[in-house]
Design a protein around this ligand. Structure first.
Ligand code: CAA
Length: 385
């Protein structure tokens, strides 16, 4: 049975920060951010948006008739809003799905959406008529004036997993690799991540190499068997570092093909920053919308979550894949640019994660799903329009 990604949509906030402005405010050469890190803009998150509202916004772009066939909602996030209740429950409610739906939240840093895909694949293999909604939704938050600040961002990617998929047929062999490593983590009492930045980039590359080398041993495949690789992109330079660890200074046709796919995969991440769980799948959407890929092309996907876990999985593009994709370019163009001062004010509102009751001013927001406030420690979500 062919099982894979049947639909792919993306949502982010209405606000962004130009990283030239951030560079000026932090007294850094803008080329460090634009070229050294490889980011030009960053999604800014108002307190009325969180992992739940962004997840709902991405999933609501899936046609209602397809959502109505969903049997399980999996929300992968490391920006959870509750230590007990699954974000998927709020999302299911906001989407108006049937109560006869299974809901669960998954966590392992930026990796967990890939686990979600694998679980979804297993469910479809057992129940071929079911469609599984896997949503990767996160807010990357390191803190003002930290080394990681330039790699913040946020948004969500929603995927429907089904048999006879219209986008990417997932192949059966994949390699997962995990070790207890402290490269990036966020204790329960913190709303900002702690990170050993340089170490984290090295662990990422080591895990990519461990997975890819094992995959080659298991399958006999080589780079020649792929159109290109897609990477988790905490910042776009990370993909370049990972690919360079494999290609070295190779400049033949295969290497050029891989570099072209990587470049196409970086377009959206460069403009929204790190989505944590969603970043790999945003790279996929970007490569499919901006690259020269064709039906039948085989892609390798490297998923990485700090802590740390990696997985190399593969898939083949399906005939007509473009019809089941969102094209978010115009949506990104329409966002409102904020100043560094406004970004800092919004950042300090802590994503609405506070213990007091509150009501947010929604007059500036056109977002389809919002966190309107909190009453009796209960988050008040609204669907608008
Ligand atoms: N012009 C052009 N390039 C410049 C420059 C200039 N004026 N000044 C500096 N650069 C280059 C540097 O040469 C360097 O390039 P290379 O990495 O290719 O050597 C690059 O800009 C970054 O500069 P620094 O080495 O000085 O880096 P930094 O100390 O500012 O830290 C960072 C960068 C480690 C990525 C930091 O932003 C960070 O900690 N980010 C968060 C952690 C992260 O994203 N880790 C990724 C792996 S972990 C993961 O993937 C999970 C996840 O999502 C978090």
């Amino acid at each position: 049975m062919k099982i894979g990604i049947d639909r792919l949509t993306f949502a982010t906030t209405e606000l962004y920060l130009d990283l030239r402005d951030l560079a000026a405010a932090r007294h850094v050469d803008p080329d460090k951010y634009l070229m050294g890190i490889g980011q030009s803009q960053q999604a800014v998150i108002p307190p009325t948006q969180d992992a739940v509202t962004l997840a709902a916004q991405a999933a609501a772009k899936i046609p209602a008739a397809e959502l109505a066939q969903v049997s399980t909602v999996i929300v992968a996030t490391e920006s959870g809003v509750d230590n007990s209740k699954a974000a998927a429950l709020y999302v299911k409610q906001l989407l108006g799905l049937s109560d006869f739906v299974r809901t669960i939240e998954l966590k392992e840093a930026c990796y967990s959406a890939t686990a979600g895909l694998q679980f979804a694949k297993g469910l479809v293999a057992l129940h071929p008529t079911e469609k599984i909604l896997v949503i990767a939704s996160d807010i990357a938050r390191y803190g003002l004036q930290t080394g990681g600040e330039v790699t913040q961002g946020g948004g969500a990617v929603a995927m429907v997993v089904a048999k006879d998929p219209r986008v990417l047929e997932l192949e059966s062999t994949s390699v997962a690799f995990s070790q207890d490593v402290m490269d990036f983590w966020r204790p329960l009492y913190r709303s900002e991540a702690l990170v050993d930045g340089k170490y984290s980039t090295q662990v990422y590359i080591d895990f990519f190499q461990a997975c890819w080398q094992r995959y080659q041993q298991l399958t006999g495949a080589t780079l020649d068997d792929f159109a290109g690789f897609l990477f988790h992109l905490p910042f776009t330079k990370m993909g370049k570092k990972a690919l360079a660890s494999e290609l070295g200074d190779r400049d033949d046709q295969v290497a050029q093909r891989f570099w072209a796919v990587l470049q196409a995969s970086q377009v959206y991440s460069r403009r929204v920053g790190n989505l944590y769980t969603g970043s790999l799948y945003l790279s996929l959407l970007s490569a499919l919308n901006h690259g020269q890929l064709q039906a039948g092309n085989r892609l390798g996907l490297f998923s990485y979550g700090s802590g740390a876990e990696g997985e190399f999985l593969t898939g083949r593009l399906v005939d007509g894949f473009a019809a089941a994709l969102e094209r978010p370019d115009a949506m990104l163009d329409q966002r409102r640019q904020v100043s560094v001062a406004e970004y800092e004010t919004l950042f300090n509102q802590h994503l609405g994660l506070q213990s007091q009751d509150c009501t947010f001013d929604l007059s500036d927001s056109q977002a389809p799903f919002v966190l309107a406030g909190q009453q009796n420690h209960q988050r008040q979500y609204q669907r608008r329009g």
